[in-house]
Write a protein that binds this ligand. Structure first.
Ligand SMILES: NC(=O)c1ccc[n+]([C@@H]2O[C@H](COP(=O)([O-])OP(=O)(O)OC[C@H]3O[C@@H](n4cnc5c(N)ncnc54)[C@H](OP(=O)(O)O)[C@@H]3O)[C@@H](O)[C@H]2O)c1
Length: 282
């Protein structure tokens, strides 16, 4: 049986949908904090079980009979996040899970500018130490985040962002989900670390070129990271502002510039491109 955590989230739900096209619902376990959130999947025959990352025992119970687990990284950050992941990894060992898939980030390291990548580095190490067979999906930044970054640039003609000429191998979240479902239901992914993103990478100059039209040219204005963070803290809690500022710094340092053909191979087609995505949401 294949279990998915975070099954009520965007990535988890999309992965469940793709899995249902590839395998029978009786072999899928969806683990959520609140099973009421997945009554539609329960109605399709998926086993919906309760599990909270903060409660290891709940996961030992919900992982009964599971061979392969997809651990979708938690939404909290720092030590709390790593502890939550550790609970799930320990529960997986106790419950007899054989293979764990994990959603990580590009270039995870203790020195990452993007602080969530520090948690991913620590979690990847916990997985390596666990002795479980693993597949790490180092998911690049979601294309789906771009509208938040771009704001009204297409209308105003100006995109202010502190990313220099750094490039990112952005990826559509549903493409990751399809890739996960394909990998979860096929052989040959044992003890592999996959860079999951586009086969190319795009800079903010590429983004404004894509946003520009015959009627309107959009200009990219590279601003200092400190000015960007100062603006963010006017609207967001300082801790959240720091994460977004760190993301921009990571882009500038090319921490997300990881072109790879792995997702293309898993999908059997090119992942959705920046241009196609921006046209679809215009
Ligand atoms: N690559 C990127 O650009 C990017 C962007 C954003 C996030 N991420 C990471 O990728 C993950 C998946 O993305 P997403 O878009 O699917 O995020 P999402 O929609 O926020 O989903 C997060 C999921 O985690 C579950 N969860 C949170 N805390 C939990 C806990 N204590 N116990 C059990 N489940 C818990 C949530 O359950 P509830 O429904 O109960 O809240 C939800 O199902 C995120 O959690 C984050 O780590 C990556």
């Amino acid at each position: 049986m294949i279990a998915i955590t975070g099954a009520s989230g965007h990535l988890g739900k999309a992965t469940l949908e793709f899995l249902l096209t590839k395998t029978n619902p009786e072999s899928i376990v969806a683990i959520v904090r609140d099973p009421q959130k997945l009554t539609d999947f329960a109605g399709k025959g998926v086993a919906v079980r309760q599990g909270d990352y903060t409660d290891q025992a709940s996961f030992v119970t919900s992982l009964a009979g599971v061979d392969t687990l997809l651990l979708i990284s938690s939404a909290v950050l720092g030590d709390e996040r790593v502890n939550q992941h550790n609970n799930v990894i320990n529960a997986a060992k106790e419950a007899g899970v054989k293979h764990i898939f994990y959603t990580s980030a590009p270039n995870p390291s203790l020195e990452s500018s993007f602080s969530p990548a520090i948690d991913h580095f620590r979690t990847e190490n916990l997985i390596l130490e666990s002795g479980l067979t693993y597949t790490i999906f180092r998911n690049n930044l979601y294309l789906d985040l771009l509208p938040m970054v771009i704001g009204d640039a297409a209308q105003s003609g100006k995109l202010y962002y502190p990313a220099g000429d750094g490039k990112t191998s952005f990826v559509l979240r549903t493409d990751i989900a399809e890739g996960l479902a394909n990998a979860l239901t096929s052989e040959g992914h044992e003890n592999k670390v996959y860079d999951i993103g586009s086969t190319t990478a795009w800079s903010f100059s590429d983004i404004v070129a894509s946003l520009s039209s015959a009627q309107k040219t959009v200009e990219y204005i590279d601003i200092p990271g400190s000015a960007y963070e100062a603006e963010l803290v006017k609207h967001l809690p300082p801790v959240v502002a720091k994460i977004y500022a760190g993301m921009a710094e990571g882009i500038k340092k090319n921490e997300f510039n990881v072109p790879s053909s792995t997702l293309k191979e898993l999908l059997g087609r090119e992942p959705v491109s920046l241009d196609a995505y921006l046209k679809s949401v215009a």
